[in-house]
Write a protein that binds this ligand. Structure first.
Ligand SMILES: [Ca+2]
Length: 334
């Protein structure tokens, strides 16, 4: 017998108490529908959670695959064309884009040899990290060009070196654990005592908070290797004039812009070719190395599916024997 038939019978049986029966039925219907809504929400939530967990594990797999695909491409490029890396090399100018069952995946390789590696602010003197004076000179210049006060620049230098070095002695304008683990700092923490793996780590240094973050975002990177400051001239853009100017004592922004505007499409072949192309400029005294190729790459991948978005960033470094190593890997959104 159908529900409707049953209801009809009840109504006939208790026709005298029609009102009461009707109200009871309405109440039951109300109760059942609220239970349904409750179950529905729970079901929807657990479905969402299951979807997210799947998205998370697919993302991780995809990122590993993009990373090894990127590594293959770089391996091949370095095997055949190690001497020079220019802006229009397909390795860095072309995206890797895929669509996988509705998920959009984009991978991009960039040259990490054309930014100011903050870790070059230190060098290793045998048993500890100490200031690299050539880099701090370049650092002073790039921040002065950005109109930062000298006092603040000295604070950023000393606090960054203190964050990396392994002693507990603060430099003249520096800060050590007594500050970071004390009541003035929140959350309480200890200094890194290691090289930075992400430029974002600078955000916890008090003097850095006094400076427009875009300056660090635009020119700096954190490659966790100990090496002097170096730039690949062939992949710099016109916006990198401050960066290029900073590593030469006598190079104005205008001079740097002139150089960047005149990089041949096929790039410079070597340092002499670069210096010889600008006989009127003083390119002798440099606070870092100018290179025409790179051995450090960043691989960025992004995956989006419905409202879920995740991304990853890996840094790959190549040593002289052409073996590539992943030296850092950061995930977002998963
Ligand atoms: Ca120190």
């Amino acid at each position: 017998m159908s529900t409707y038939g049953l209801l009809n019978q009840i109504l006939i049986m208790y026709s005298k108490d029609k009102g009461i029966v009707l109200i009871s039925i309405l109440l039951i219907v109300l109760l059942l529908s609220s239970v349904a809504v409750l179950f529905g929400n729970k079901y929807f939530l657990s479905l969402k959670r299951a979807q997210y967990i799947e998205f998370q594990s697919v993302s991780l797999n995809i990122f590993r695959n993009i990373e090894s695909l990127a590594k293959d491409k770089i391996d091949k490029e370095l095997r055949f064309n190690k001497e020079k890396l220019t802006k229009n090399n397909p390795l860095i100018s072309e995206l890797m884009a895929f669509n996988l069952n509705g998920a959009e995946i984009i991978g991009k390789i960039t040259d990490s040899g054309n930014c100011f590696n903050i870790n070059s602010i230190v060098t290793f003197d045998g048993d500890q990290y100490v200031e690299n004076k050539k880099t701090t000179t370049a650092f002073r210049k790039i921040l002065s060009l950005n109109e930062i006060d000298n006092n603040i620049i000295e604070e950023v230098i000393d606090q960054t070196i203190d964050w990396i070095d392994q002693d507990a002695n603060p430099r003249a304008f520096g800060l050590e654990d007594y500050y970071y683990s004390g009541p003035l700092h929140s959350p309480r923490e200890y200094t890194g005592m290691r090289l930075l793996v992400s430029i974002e780590e600078l955000k916890s240094i008090p003097a850095v908070k006094k400076i427009d973050w875009n300056i660090f975002k635009n020119y700096f990177c954190a490659i966790p290797i100990l090496d002097e400051l170096s730039l690949n001239i062939n992949t710099l853009d016109l916006e990198d004039a401050y960066l290029l100017s900073s590593i030469y004592s006598n190079l104005t922004i205008k001079d740097a812009e002139y150089i960047l505007d005149n990089i041949p499409k096929s790039g410079f072949d070597d340092l002499n070719n670069f210096i010889g192309s600008f006989p009127d400029l003083d390119l002798k005294l440099a606070y870092g190395k100018i290179r025409v190729s790179s051995n450090i790459f960043e691989v960025n991948s992004e995956m989006s599916f419905n409202e879920f978005v995740s991304s990853s960033k890996s840094i790959i470094i190549y040593e002289d024997n052409n073996n590539g190593f992943i030296i850092s890997r950061i995930y977002n959104g998963i």
